[in-house]
Design a protein around this ligand. Sequence first.
Ligand SMILES: O=C(O)[C@H]1O[C@H](OP(=O)(O)OP(=O)(O)OC[C@H]2O[C@@H](n3ccc(=O)[nH]c3=O)[C@H](O)[C@@H]2O)[C@H](O)[C@@H](O)[C@@H]1O
Length: 358
Amino acid sequence: MQSIKQLHKQSSINHRRDEEVPPGPTSPYSPKALKHPRSLPRSINYLFREQRLLFVFVGILIGSTFFILQPSLSRIGPSEAGSAIRRSFSTGLTSRDQITGSGIYGFGKTGGRVPVGIGRRRLRIVVTGGAGFVGSHLVDKLIERGDDVIVIDNFFTGRKDNLVHHLGNPRFELIRHDVVEPILLEVDQIYHLACPASPVHYKYNPVKTIISNVMGTLNMLGLAKRIGARFLLTSTSEVYGDPLEHPQKETYWGNVNPIGERSCYDEGKRTAETLTMDYHRGAEVEVRIARIFNTYGPRMCLDDGRVVSNFVAQAIRKQPLTVYGDGKQTRSFQYVSDLVCHIDFCNFSTEPLSYWQH
Ligand SMILES: O=C(O)[C@H]1O[C@H](OP(=O)(O)OP(=O)(O)OC[C@H]2O[C@@H](n3ccc(=O)[nH]c3=O)[C@H](O)[C@@H]2O)[C@H](O)[C@@H](O)[C@@H]1O
């Protein structure tokens, strides 16, 4: 209101001044001659000169093309991708996804128009435990795919050496942080791997192992809920304990000793799975659970303590191989690159359960 009053005041003063000093014939001031309004033929003539009309049409064409393509572009966003996929989960590297739309990858699959030269939107992904044996291979895959990766690791069993080839890459960040403490990051997806996985390592400090599993998973699920990120938990076949069924199906609930030496890990992971499903049911966090079996491959520490690395280390040193117990126990082994492909597939999969049963 103040500024409007001022303007009114000014215009009335000007008006009075004009009244007081009327421009006479002898006055040195001569007002600017008023421009004649353009006649219609002149305006049309102006438009046609120098191909102006053509430029107007080209401008309209470019503008309308952009607005037609815009709905397709918006499909790239995580919120849209999330809405295309019903909240779902999978366990044991088997996909229980109940897809009502289509996967995040294909615009074609969503039925939208695909602007030429535009691919999948680059995702920001956090990998907890990304400096570890499995985590570092997963990071390699995500970086190779073109995503931005933030690694969180407390370096208890992880090593910077596993990630040294990514240092200096602008799409890669490494944070020394223990997941038992909360952290706030803006990402699209969370791969939660942080936890010692070898019996030697998780038995070293069992209380810390169970705290990492429970508090670490809780913190990461809280983050996923807050920022609307998809969450993948790397669980273990240890949730089956000493199974009474072979092979173990997802429907099998296991035979776990709650007070044994391995319970810190087994029960820790079982609680982590429970929390994951509770966040899924109660807070609609989009989740995946991968139950990982005994994995081997490059970057596995020689002192890892698992059977493959122990046997390799003993073979290199030309020592006899140590077999615990009666040697009749059985395990499922997988190579780390196969595991990483499956974790990645599990996270993006639109495949039905049967895919994993072959
Ligand atoms: O398969 C899995 O789900 C689990 O595999 C391993 O657990 P485990 O298979 O018990 O680990 P290993 O130490 O590799 O033992 C495999 C078998 O080989 C035996 N073993 C181990 C080491 C060794 O030197 N000699 C030996 O006979 C063990 O007693 C066991 O029966 C991992 O530690 C878990 O994190 C993982 O989830």
